[in-house]
Design a binder for this molecule. Structure first.
Ligand code: NCD
Ligand code: ZN
Ligand code: ZN
Length: 353
C-alpha cells in the first residue's frame, strides 16, 4: 500500500488514561516533565495521571494544585482524583473520574467505597478501579483470585449504586468476560505480551497486578483480538533503577515510549486491525477523558514503519529501564503533534513550531 511504500503512517494522537507522572516527592523516579517527554516520544498527546503521588491526591486543594501543574505540560493533562476520607471533597473538586486502589479498600473498607460510588453516581464522576481484593493478598503474593473477587464485589456495588465503572489494567481473560454490560476495561502492554515464563528480568518484571501464566496471557490477547477490550493503557509506573534491582523491588513498569510500537506489532502480526489500534489507544480513551485526539485539530503522531528492538537507554523520560528490553516492536514514533505544535521528531524531543 501507499503507507508501506513511503514507510510512514499518520495516526490520530494516542491517549493514555493510566500513567503515573510522579513528580513532587517522587521526582527521583520521574519528573512531571520526564513523564511528558516519555508520552510525546511514544506518540501520546493526552494522559490521565494517577493520584498515588506523595502526598496522595485526596483533597480538592491538592487536586486543583496538581491540575494547575499538569496544565503547563506539553501534553494534554487530566487527573484521576484519589479517594477522599471526607466525600465532600468530591463536591468541591468535581473530578470527572476517581481512582480506587486496593489500599483504599484496606484502609477505608468497602462501605466507604460504596458511599463514594453513590456520590459519584450523583455527581457524574466515573469510578476507576485497580481491582484486587486486598483481603486475598497472602504474604506479598497477589493471586488471580484477588482480581476475580474484587470484580464480583464491584459488579454488585455498581448495580446497587448506579455508578459508572472502569476497570483498569485487567490481567485476566475472565475479568474481560465478567465486565461485559456494566463496566469498561483496559489492558496494558505488559499483560498482553509478558508472562511469568517469558519475562525473566527479576524486579523489572514485577508489577501490580502480577504478570500471569502464558495461557492466561494468550487468552487475554484473544479477548483483545475479538474486540472485547475497550481501551489500551500503559500504567506507566516509574521507579528508580536501583529500586527495581534491589532485594525488595517496588512494582511498576515504564512503557510510554514503546506502547504504541508494541500495539502496532500486534497489527503487524495480524492479531488486530489498524482500526483497532486507533480505537483502543486513541478514540475510546479520548472519549473517556473528554480530550481531543483528532488530526484535523492538530493532534496526531507519525510513525516510521520498521521493526526495531526496544532499548531502555533510548527512552526519553526519566525512567529508562524496561522488561521489554530487546523485544521486537514495530513503528518508530518520529513526530507527535499536540494542538498543532510538533514536539517530537527523529529521536529528539523538541518544539519545532
Ligand atoms: C503502581 C505504582 O507504582 O504507582 N504500580 C504498579 O505496579 N502498577 C501502583 C499500583 O498500581 O499498585
Ligand atoms: Zn494499579
Ligand atoms: Zn497504575
Amino acid at each position: 500500500t501507499l503507507q508501506f511504500s513511503n514507510r510512514h503512517l499518520v495516526l490520530p494522537g494516542m491517549v493514555d488514561i493510566h500513567v503515573h507522572f510522579r513528580g513532587w516527592e517522587l521526582s527521583y523516579k520521574e519528573t512531571l516533565e520526564g513523564g511528558a517527554a516519555a508520552a510525546l516520544a511514544g506518540g501520546v498527546v493526552a494522559v490521565g495521571d494517577m493520584p498515588n503521588t506523595r502526598p496522595h491526591i485526596r483533597t480538592a486543594e491538592l487536586y486543583r494544585r496538581r491540575m494547575e501543574e499538569g496544565s503547563r505540560l506539553p501534553v494534554v493533562y487530566r487527573l484521576h482524583m484519589g479517594v477522599p476520607r471526607d466525600l465532600a471533597e468530591l463536591d468541591a473538586a468535581r473530578p470527572p473520574t476517581v481512582k480506587v486502589y486496593p489500599e483504599d479498600v484496606a484502609e477505608f473498607g468497602w462501605g466507604h467505597v460504596e458511599a463514594l460510588m453513590r456520590r459519584c453516581a450523583g455527581l457524574g464522576c466515573a469510578v476507576v478501579f485497580h481491582c484486587e481484593d486486598p483481603s486475598l493478598f497472602r504474604d506479598g503474593e497477589r493471586p488471580p483470585e484477588a482480581e476475580l473477587a474484587c470484580v464480583e464485589k464491584v459488579r454488585r456495588l455498581a448495580v446497587d449504586t448506579g455508578a459508572r465503572v472502569h476497570l483498569t489494567h485487567v490481567s485476566l481473560p475472565q475479568t474481560v468476560d465478567a465486565a461485559r454490560g456494566w463496566a469498561t476495561v483496559d489492558v496494558t502492554p505488559h499483560h498482553l505480551l509478558l508472562d511469568r515464563e517469558n519475562c525473566r528480568l527479576g524486579g523489572l518484571c514485577l508489577v501490580n497486578p502480577r504478570l500471569r501464566e502464558p495461557r492466561q496471557r494468550r487468552e487475554l490477547l484473544a479477548r483483545l483480538a475479538a474486540g472485547l477490550v475497550d481501551m489500551y493503557a500503559t500504567d506507566h509506573a516509574p521507579h528508580a533503577l536501583e529500586e527495581k534491582l534491589s532485594a525488595a523491588p517496588p512494582p511498576g513498569i515504564c512503557s510510554l515510549e514503546v506502547a504504541l510500537p508494541l500495539l502496532l506489532s500486534l497489527w503487524r502480526r495480524g492479531v488486530i486491525a489498524l482500526e483497532d489500534v486507533v480505537r483502543l489507544y486513541s478514540y475510546r480513551p479520548a472519549r473517556f477523558l473528554g480530550v481531543n485526539a483528532d488530526p484535523t485539530a492538530g493532534y496526531f503522531t507519525v510513525v516510521r514503519l520498521e521493526e526495531f528492538a526496544v532499548r531502555g537507554e533510548e527512552f526519553a523520560g526519566t525512567c529508562r529501564h524496561t522488561p521489554f528490553e530487546g523485544f521486537k516492536a514495530f513503528g518508530r514514533v518520529v513526530a507527535t503533534a499536540v494542538g498543532g505544535r510538533v514536539y517530537f521528531r527523529d529521536g529528539e524531543v523538541e518544539e519545532l513550531c
